[in-house]
Design a protein around this ligand. Structure first.
Ligand code: Z5A
Length: 212
């Protein structure tokens, strides 16, 4: 590798936790401090696979639950060559949702277990840091009504939250829980501190493989 690699930083959390807001703020702050950084999000609705997912989320099409789970995973895998290239170029990637959302959302459906849901994502680039933006359903409700997309109901979001709780017990993943109920600026300060430590530490460490 010609230069020190960028860090892979993921933000996870339930609906309206502020993931997109904070990803944007973090990328901006890293860039302003002279550290190359870019944002990515999953699902990436711009690809052919992403368009199938988007139509499903918008309830314009129906897909079998196993099939759509595999599509979400395929959407990540199709971006892996690009992700690796950018990381090798020294660009830190700040990612809005990743495999953890994939597992939490599908395993919250009846008849799915965590183990089956994790399998398709085994071997993805392993995040150097996963920040879980913690927000109670009551606090999320203060940020507005749920949208019209699939999964946007309080009952389902509570089930997803429980699955995230289970995933966070895995010590092999560098989880940090962030109190997302604070102001945008306070949450950003917290996230920045964790991220700067991670960017510095990742430089000299090889990129890992998730769940391997
Ligand atoms: N999904 C899946 O099933 N399988 C997969 O593998 C993956 C995803 C990757 C994609 O939704 C859906 O796909 C998602 C999971 C599923 N389904 N759900 N639900 P998406 O990515 O297109 O949208 P989202 O992730 O659900 O976005 P969000 O949760 O609605 O928003 P957010 O990114 O967490 O929050 P935000 O947009 O930054 O902020 C929301 C509002 O709160 C906004 O008005 C902000 O101004 C406000 N906000 C933000 N921060 C604060 C603070 N600190 N205080 C007050 N107000 C705030």
């Amino acid at each position: 590798m010609a230069c020190k690699r960028g860090a892979l930083i993921v933000l996870e959390g339930v609906d309206k936790a502020g993931k997109t807001t904070q990803c944007n703020r973090l990328v901006q702050a890293l860039q302003q401090s002279g550290r190359p950084a870019e944002m990515m999000r999953f699902p990436d609705r711009t690809t052919t696979i992403g368009q199938l997912i988007s139509a499903y989320l918008e309830k314009k099409s129906d897909l079998e639950d196993h099939a759509v789970h595999l599509l979400f995973s395929a959407n990540r895998w199709e971006l892996v060559p690009l992700m690796k290239k950018k990381l090798e170029q020294g660009i830190t990637l700040v990612v809005d949702r990743y495999a953890f959302s994939g597992v939490a959302f599908t395993s919250a459906k009846p008849g799915f277990c965590l183990d089956w849901c994790m399998k398709p994502d085994v071997g993805l680039p392993k995040p150097d840091l996963v920040m879980f933006l913690q927000l109670s359903p009551a606090e999320a409700a203060l940020r507005g009504q749920f949208g019209e997309e699939r999964y946007e109901t309080s009952v389902f979001q509570r089930a997803v939250q429980q699955k995230f709780d289970q995933l966070r017990k895995d010590p092999a993943v560098n989880w940090q829980v962030i109190d997302a109920s604070q102001s945008v600026e306070d949450v950003h300060e917290n996230i920045s501190t964790h991220s700067l430590n991670t960017v510095n530490a990742a430089q000299n460490r090889p990129l890992g493989e998730l769940w391997k």
